[in-house]
Design a protein around this ligand. Structure first.
Ligand SMILES: O=C(O)CCC(=O)C(=O)O
Ligand SMILES: [Fe+2]
Length: 310
């Protein structure tokens, strides 16, 4: 079986550039996921973010999670739980307006480092969007411009921990879904695994690799590429031992961004066979997604076609 795609971004500045671009193209077309190394974000910063996130979990999140488990009586579950995820999270919004300083239990150093990390991830996301443009034959800046809307992109970070679970067969850390937005950049625990993607009907492990960033594509890139690239189902399983940290940053279109297939990626045949993806305002998609996250994406695309407000 082919192995999980690992892209060495350092090679983009060498004679291996063309082969590296091909690797990204293949990953986008066939996996919806890839893992980046030599992405330019400093190891020192990543180690610091990891340390601060784990400290914050130990200090603030672990007890809260255990109380939730006790209140809901989850330890006595006897059959699979399908309406809840075995995770504890908080969300940092960076763009269009940051909420980091408003969050109650983050100390100054953590806030400072998370801001620094998110600024690096924002740059990386925009760089990746341009690499995708290049592979798709779209002009440089096309995707960034589409995502911009009138107020710029939505960019935020979900900080999650998946605590050890006494009954991993009954709980998912995060139930299977595709991501609604644009491009996702994930800094995952290098010791405790758990993220799976669905490929050709099989769940495949996204292997932990220290200091890498895992990239995946959301529903909006599937629409804009008219299905040339697909958002891929993924899930997190629970483990009996170890707490898994995951810091997922979502670079998404702005609320009023108008999303539609790039005209150059729609073929005449697609029109005839009605294979064209819908056109909509991003926030309308998000409202629909809120209630349907853990379901297949195709009915969401159909529903957006039926609404057709733009
Ligand atoms: O925690 C992970 O590894 C993945 C998280 C994820 O898929 C999500 O938050 O959408
Ligand atoms: Fe996800």
């Amino acid at each position: 079986m082919e192995s999980f795609p690992v892209v060495d971004m350092g090679k983009l500045k060498t004679e291996d550039r063309a082969a590296t671009m091909d690797k990204i193209k293949d990953a986008c077309e066939n996996w919806g996921f890839f893992e980046l190394v030599n992405h330019g974000i400093s190891i020192e910063l990543m180690d610091c973010v990891e340390k601060l996130t784990k400290e914050h979990y130990n200090k603030c999140m672990e007890q809260r999670f255990n109380e939730m488990v006790a209140t809901k009586g989850l330890h006595s579950a006897q059959s699979e739980i399908t309406d809840l995820d075995w995770e504890t999270t908080f969300f940092l919004r960076h763009l269009p307006v940051s909420n980091i300083s408003d969050l109650p239990d983050l100390h100054d150093d953590y806030i400072y480092r998370m801001k620094e990390f998110s600024a690096e991830l924002e740059k990386l996301a925009e760089q990746l969007l341009d690499l995708l443009c290049e592979n798709l034959g779209l002009e440089k800046g096309y995707l960034k411009k589409v995502f911009y809307g009138s107020k710029g992109p939505n960019f935020g970070t979900k900080v999650s921990n998946y605590p050890p679970c006494p009954k991993p067969e009954l709980f998912k850390g995060l139930r299977a879904h595709t991501d609604a937005g644009g491009i996702i950049l994930l800094f995952q625990d290098h010791k405790v695994s758990g993220l799976h993607l669905l490929k050709d009907g099989h769940w495949i492990d996204v292997p932990p690799m220290r200091h890498s960033i895992v990239i995946n594509l959301g529903d909006q890139l599937e629409v804009i590429t008219n299905g040339k690239y697909k958002s891929v189902m993924h899930r997190v399983i629970t483990q009996r031992e170890g707490n898994r940290m995951s810091i997922a940053s979502f670079y998404n279109p702005g609320d009023d961004a108008i999303i539609s297939p790039a005209p150059s990626l729609v073929k005449e045949d697609d029109q005839k066979t009605n294979q064209v993806y819908p056109k909509f305002v991003f926030d309308d998609y998000m409202k629909l997604y809120a209630g349907l996250k853990f379901q297949a994406k195709e009915p969401r695309f159909e529903a957006m076609k039926a609404i057709a407000t733009v």
